[in-house]
Design a protein around this ligand. Structure first.
Ligand SMILES: Cc1cc2nc3c(=O)[nH]c(=O)nc-3n(C[C@H](O)[C@H](O)[C@H](O)COP(=O)(O)O)c2cc1C
Length: 191
């Protein structure tokens, strides 16, 4: 598959089958993604990996811990909450990525950008191997309780959770914004 085709055809996958994902494969793909990103320095971001059923359940629990505290959610039947947790616990593997925070804004942005760039490459490299991924940054999970439960420190910035697994169906792609819509020609005459 050509690189152009790979980029065009990769889709976010949100529905996974039960085939297990080998942690070794994730590590191998990450190492390749880091090399491809090609930063001069050591990555200033790190990963927290949830691969076992128990770990994914704990992760799913942490993802809704804050929401659970809300009075409204307390009215939702336990069964429904449980099936929501199970949906996430059934995802074969989840990789939490956190970047080093830095008092220097430019450095902080570099850390975040390099984590994001590497994650995009990881998605492409995974796609080549039939491994689908969905990048999760839902507002619902981004709170202090979640960060504390999964071990994200005060000097770290949450980048996202990459949910991954094999899949049976490829979803249809969404429309893309034509490049011309985001293109301004800078002219000599300021008009
Ligand atoms: C920084 C970033 C954050 C994202 N966060 C979410 C998210 O929270 N939930 C989600 O369903 N998809 C998320 N996505 C995936 C995009 O929504 C997805 O790329 C978009 O739907 C286009 O689909 P495609 O990847 O199949 O082309 C995120 C993607 C990026 C790059």
């Amino acid at each position: 598959m050509s690189l152009a085709q790979l980029i065009r055809e990769r889709r976010s996958i949100r529905r996974f089958n039960r085939q297990p994902v080998a942690q070794e494969l994730v590590v191998e793909l990450l190492q390749r993604a880091v090399r491809l990103y090609g930063a001069d320095e050591e990555p200033r971001w790190r990963c927290i990996y949830a691969g076992t059923e128990e770990a994914r359940r704990r992760l799913a629990d942490s993802m809704i811990a804050k929401t659970r505290q809300s009075r409204l959610v307390k009215l939702i039947p336990n069964k429904m909450v449980e099936s929501f947790i199970q949906k996430f616990a059934d995802i074969p593997a989840s990789l939490i990525v956190v970047a080093d925070a830095d008092p220097d804004r430019r450095r902080q942005e570099e850390n975040y950008a390099s984590a994001c760039g590497t994650l995009q490459l990881l998605q492409l490299l995974g796609w080549e191997r039939g491994l689908g991924m969905a990048w999760d940054t839902e507002r619902l999970i981004q709170n202090e309780l979640f960060f504390e439960n999964v071990g994200i420190g005060a000097s770290e910035q949450f980048v996202g959770i990459m949910h991954m697994g094999y899949f049976d169906k490829t979803p249809r792609g969404r429309g893309r914004t034509p490049a011309e819509k985001k293109w301004t020609v800078f002219r000599a005459d300021a008009r």
